[in-house]
Design a protein around this ligand. Structure first.
Ligand code: F6P
Length: 315
């Protein structure tokens, strides 16, 4: 098993789910540290029930993780398969986001190596599952921070522009905007007009709302540029905040822990039952599995109704 790519809260609970379910089926379990990098370098170690004691509530990943450019090259993948054979590994569980799952797909398609993926990413941009592990915690972490910002924005009659993670998509941004009662949300998938946002802020000010929150996904615009534009256009005192990697840390919510342990145990059971080249997920609360080829060639779109709802809440 590996955890790979950007860490996400709940990865540890998933690792625990994999280990305990596999041990329960009489399998031996190996963990490799630092994702694909640890597979290539042979940094693997046997895991027992005790290896995953006391980690269900811990953020980050006890297996460590890394982004691994070597694995994108055929030579790196050949080396990884060689190491997996030396360790007598019969199947691999990969916990990570789209980059890590793309690696898993290559291992399966190029070498027929048995792999099962688990979606672990705060971004929630992976098709084939309603939720990826860590999204719920990241949204709650951002919301808690923004609740504090609202206090000072209100006291000073200021506009605050808050940048959340999401390079290519606005899943976190939209969820956070709804949960925080933001006046506007900017996402990479949908064109937006900063002038429209300014006009909305002006209208709200006339109606007596003297402080406002704008949520920006990192892939849509830079918070500093948005804040600058708003200040220059409206004259309102404006500040910005980039929440950054704090969104990836912290103890997972109950939702993420339960999701992670369910997906972890399911992935181990599927692999041990001979299924491979797939990713496990949830659909309407039920456990599902889809081919990695489907998952990685399908785009998961943000819900347009949620986006409209942000605006509808500012009348
Ligand atoms: O994919 C998860 C994520 O947190 C994205 O939201 C963000 O854009 C990216 O990782 C940051 O990556 P890194 O930790 O390599 O800076």
């Amino acid at each position: 098993m590996i955890t790979s790519g950007g860490d996400s809260p709940g990865m540890n609970a998933a690792v625990r789910g994999v280990v305990r379910a596999a041990l329960g089926r009489g399998a031996e379990v190996f963990g490799f540290r630092h994702g694909w990098r640890g597979v290539i370098s042979g940094d693997g170690f046997p895991m027992n029930s005790g290896s995953v004691s006391g980690i269900v509530d811990r953020g980050g990943t006890s297996l460590h993780t890394a982004r691994c450019p070597e694995f994108r090259e055929p030579k790196g993948r050949e080396q990884a398969v060689q190491v997996l054979k030396e360790f007598e590994v019969d199947g691999l569980v990969v916990i990570g986001g789209d980059g890590s799952l793309t690696g898993a797909r290559r291992l399966f398609e190029e070498f027929r190596f048995p792999v099962v993926g688990i979606p672990g990413s705060i971004d929630n941009d992976i098709a084939g599952t309603d939720y990826s592990i860590g999204f719920d915690t990241a949204v709650n972490t951002a919301m808690d921070a923004i609740d504090k910002i609202r206090d000072t924005a209100y006291s000073h009659d200021r506009v605050f522009v808050i940048e959340v993670m999401g390079r290519a998509n606005g899943f976190i941004a939209v969820e956070v905007a709804l949960a925080s009662g933001a006046e506007a949300v900017l996402v990479p998938e949908v064109p937006f007009s900063l002038m429209d946002a300014c006009n909305r802020l002006r209208k709200l000010r006339v109606e007596g709302k003297r402080s406002s929150l704008i949520i920006v996904a990192e892939g849509a615009a830079r918070a500093t540029d948005v804040a600058d534009f708003i200040h220059r256009t409206t004259g309102f005192e404006t500040r910005y905040l980039v929440l950054g990697h704090m969104q990836r840390g912290g103890s997972p919510t109950a939702f993420d822990r339960v999701l992670a342990v369910r997906l972890g145990a399911y992935a181990a059971n599927r692999l041990l039952s001979g299924f491979m080249g797939e990713m496990v997920g949830v659909d309407g609360g039920k456990l599902v599995a889809h081919p990695l080829s489907y998952v990685l060639s399908t785009t998961k779109n943000i819900d347009p109704d949620r986006l409209l709802l942000v605006e509808a809440m500012t009348v």
